[in-house]
Design a protein around this ligand. Structure first.
Ligand SMILES: Nc1ncnc2c1ncn2[C@@H]1O[C@H](COP(=O)(O)OP(=O)(O)O)[C@@H](O)[C@H]1O
Ligand SMILES: [Mg+2]
Length: 500
């Protein structure tokens, strides 16, 4: 190890059952610098963090550290106790004691400078749960700092932090590295990486594809390429002209307090429009507006010619079908039959056209749909008995049975196999061909490139770009999502307005 090395990991291997989470990953962390670790979901970042910090044992490889290396980890999942006070949370294991009693004033003396450094002005007696989430997150960072670590690991600390709190982090990290501490910073916000880090390591499928390169030597598009790898891109989608078709979805200068600012777009009949963004970018809030699940603070909305829907029920009446990602929670009654599920919302949709479909008509539609969807099961099978992919098909069928004018999909193929995924895409295409306006969000960027005519990219609550045609590729989308300063490319963003 070199004299400034704090921790050096070599050729780490870790498998979970058949999944190789790490496949020979190496990293070298030096004192006095922030080292960023990036990669797509599932790349192995958290596994690496757990091994470095000793929470997990590797199957192979070595971790060497300089003498007395204390390591503190702040992870994405808060590990605090909301019912306890801030003080109790800050000293969970080794609170200062005097004559066997907890020494509160010693605790406070230790805590104050750390809290001040983080810009956290809280009464230590406050119950943690009463603080806003951002301050809870900063409290967790404070607790880590109170352990006086030589290496501080932040595993996606900012996905829960608003931009203002992220700005507080910059001087804190600088002060830490000035004291010779090493920081490992895991984030999928590449602009943050460019602001905070001196070096970047990129993991892909458990392997290091960029090893500790200096920040000045890479830009965001290169990082995105490294993260995505040499995956074959879809051939570009034909640009269809649908300008003469009516738009069942119109959002005009819509704002939602703290989440969306001045968002304008339409979705025309027959069109498939995607929305994309990093966590908290506002794209899912736009879906929520169309589904009547969010109040707006400014602007005009028209869904299905009925104005702003005030509830999901209202949206359904306006002709919306909503296919959620969490089918267990929103989509299905698993202890009922396929037929009961597929007809359940058709009743909700009644107010729309006047006449209720008859029961035999509904059964006919169910059989029709299960055939169209190639469902692996009959109308009288219990949904609980079906595979995950077939359950998701039932969610589709149930909504398609309402003959929607507007189809809203949130991550519709998460967790289904490639065969089911392809069939879902076929159904989406057929719905659009049948005249539905389709609006889709997906964490799977390839999905958006496969099914969408165009994709609206959201950054910090605004639509910053519309991507279509030749530019509609995974790489193009990923880069656009990372762009925090409008037209610009890498870096910058330090002075961007809040609103993450
Ligand atoms: N406890 C676990 N059990 C089984 N598989 C796991 C576990 N933790 C992680 N994995 C798998 O290991 C891979 C890497 O996961 P992770 O390290 O969490 O990635 P990242 O933090 O980059 O998103 C993924 O395929 C994930 O599903
Ligand atoms: Mg992780």
């Amino acid at each position: 190890m070199a004299h400034d090395d704090i921790l050096v990991a070599d050729e780490l291997v870790k498998s979970y059952g058949g999944v190789r989470a790490l496949d020979g990953a190496s990293i070298r962390l030096r004192g006095g610098e922030v080292h960023a670790l990036v990669g797509e979901n599932g790349a192995g970042k958290s596994t690496l963090v757990r091994i470095l910090s000793g929470m997990l044992t590797a199957d192979g490889g070595t971790v060497r550290s300089a003498g007395d290396t204390r390591i503190a980890v702040v992870s994405q999942e808060l590990s605090l106790f909301p019912d306890l006070t801030v003080r109790e949370n800050l000293f969970p294991q080794h609170p200062p004691r005097r004559l066997g009693l907890l020494d509160r004033s010693a605790m406070d003396r230790a805590a104050r400078p750390v809290l001040a450094e983080l810009g956290l002005d809280v009464d230590l007696r406050t119950e943690l749960g009463e603080l806003p989430l951002a301050e809870q997150q900063l409290t967790e960072i404070a607790r880590a700092l109170l352990r006086r670590p030589k290496l501080l690991i932040l595993d996606e600390p900012t996905s829960a932090l608003p931009a203002a709190a992220v700005d507080r982090l910059a001087p804190v990290l600088r002060a830490l590295t000035d004291r010779g501490i090493a920081v490992l910073y895991v984030s999928h916000f590449l602009d943050e990486v460019m602001r905070f880090a001196r070096r970047v390591t990129v993991l892909r499928d458990g392997r290091v594809v960029l090893a500790g390169v200096e920040r000045a030597e890479v830009d965001v598009p290169e990082l995105v390429s490294a993260m995505l790898g040499g995956r074959p891109e879809q051939p570009p989608r034909r640009v269809r002209s649908l300008a003469d078709r009516p738009p069942p979805v119109v959002l005009s200068r819509v704002s939602v307090d703290g989440r969306l600012t001045d968002v304008t777009f339409t979705v025309r009949a027959g069109e498939v429009v995607g929305v994309a963004g990093l966590q908290g970018a506002g794209h899912l809030d736009a879906l929520a507006v169309v589904c009547g699940r969010t109040a707006i603070s400014a602007g005009r909305v028209d869904v299905g010619g009925r104005g702003l829907p005030r509830s999901l029920r209202g949206a359904v009446r306006a002709g919306v079908a909503f296919v959620p990602s969490d089918r267990k929670r929103y989509g299905l009654m698993v202890d009922r039959t396929v037929w009961e599920n597929t007809t359940a919302v058709s009743w909700l949709a009644l107010g729309r056209g006047g006449i209720a479909p008859s029961r035999s008509e509904l059964v006919r539609r169910t059989v029709d749909l299960t055939e169209r969807l190639r469902l692996g099961g009959g109308p009288y099978d219990l949904v609980a008995r079906l595979s995950g992919g077939n359950q998701q098909k039932v969610v589709f069928a149930k909504w398609l049975a309402t003959e929607p004018k507007i189809v809203v999909l949130d991550d519709p193929t998460r967790g289904v196999d490639v065969g089911v995924r392809a069939e879902m895409h076929r159904i989406v295409g057929e719905s659009a061909a049948g005249g539905a306006a389709v609006l889709i969000a997906s964490t799977d960027l390839a999905e958006l490139t496969e099914v969408c005519d165009r994709v609206l990219v959201f950054v910090r609550g605004r639509v910053t770009e519309e991507v279509r045609g030749e530019r509609l590729t995974e790489h193009g989308l990923a880069v656009a999502m990372q762009r925090t300063n409008g037209a610009g490319g890498a870096g910058g963003g330090a002075d961007s307005p809040a609103g993450r």
